[in-house]
Design a protein. Structure first.
Length: 299
């Protein structure tokens, strides 16, 4: 318990630095690229928006908080994207900085998947991770969230929710209470969640997308591990594109799967008709796929 409390305090301390010392968006560059990309294995090249990355080295003896492009962040092991708070409105006479652009729901989901990969123990089940995604995205600014019984039924948790809540409680990630009405309340215990952006409306949209992806005609009958993989595949591509790619090791980490089992989960989605094609480039360690359609206006 003391170790988990210390970890939460460390993350809160780092998040405080992130809020206080943050540069205007237009001045932020990929620090990994500036150092010759030596923080991660080789990947397809720098690119994507600059994010704040928290990385662990030497078994936790060294922690690094730095700006990195999305590609470098995805390729860095034992790392998670730190959710960033929206820029505050400057007071009268204060110097204005460039506004922080809102993340899209897809980017929000990618960030949250990366965060949960670091925040939850590797033993956390896929169903617990799907529930944690909903809790994190639906929580208010104090880390409180209410989950109606109907929502849990839609997540195929009816009759099994007690064990899944218990998993997240044993991980010291939340405290859970079931109300007489049948609703479930939770208080998130990891202060990192409180720093996330954008606002609740866009985060609720992201939570809704996850439900649609995890319970579509292609995924609804699949095991939780396949549904979690489907969510990750959908989040790791542009909503107006049918193709995507990701670093295999990082993608397996956010799905909490060994790489060889990830192949099986992706193949099941292809067999179910969600993917029209997929491939694994062993020389670069990249996973490539193509879906049957974009996310607008349907899935």
């Amino acid at each position: 318990m003391q170790a988990l409390t210390a970890r939460s305090a460390v993350l809160a301390h780092l998040a405080g630095h992130a809020r206080i010392d943050v540069l205007p968006r237009h001045l932020r560059t990929c620090q990994c690229r500036e150092r010759g990309c030596r923080w991660h294995p080789r990947h397809r090249g720098c690119g994507g928006p600059v994010v704040l990355l928290l990385a662990r080295e030497r078994g936790g003896c060294l922690w690094r908080l730095a700006d990195a492009c999305a590609n470098c962040a995805a390729a860095t092991r034992d790392a998670a994207v730190v959710p960033e708070a929206p820029a505050r409105t400057p007071t009268k006479g204060a110097r204005r900085s460039a506004p922080t652009p809102c993340l899209s729901p897809h980017e929000r989901i990618r960030d949250m998947l990366s965060y949960l990969a670091a925040a939850l123990p590797p033993s956390a089940s896929p169903q617990a991770r799907l529930l944690a995604l909903q809790c994190a995205l639906r929580a208010d600014r104090h880390g409180r969230v209410e989950m109606p019984a109907g929502l849990l039924r839609g997540m195929l948790l009816e009759g099994r929710e007690a064990g899944v809540w218990q998993e997240l409680e044993q991980a010291r990630w939340l405290h859970h209470t079931r109300l007489p009405s049948g609703c479930h309340q939770a208080q998130l215990l990891d202060t990192t969640v409180l720093t996330q952006a954008p606002g609740r409306t866009l985060r609720a949209q992201a939570a809704g997308l996850i439900l649609r992806w995890a319970h579509s005609c292609h995924t609804g009958a699949q095991p939780a591990v396949v549904r979690l993989t489907a969510v990750a595949l959908k989040a790791h591509r542009s909503p107006d594109s049918t193709s995507g790619s990701a670093d295999l090791a990082d993608f397996a980490r956010i799905c909490a799967l060994p790489e060889e089992h990830l192949n099986e989960a992706v193949q099941r989605l292809a067999d179910a008709g969600m993917l029209s094609a997929w491939s694994l480039n062993t020389s670069t360690g990249e996973l490539h796929w193509r879906t049957e359609g974009t996310d607008a206006p349907g899935l």
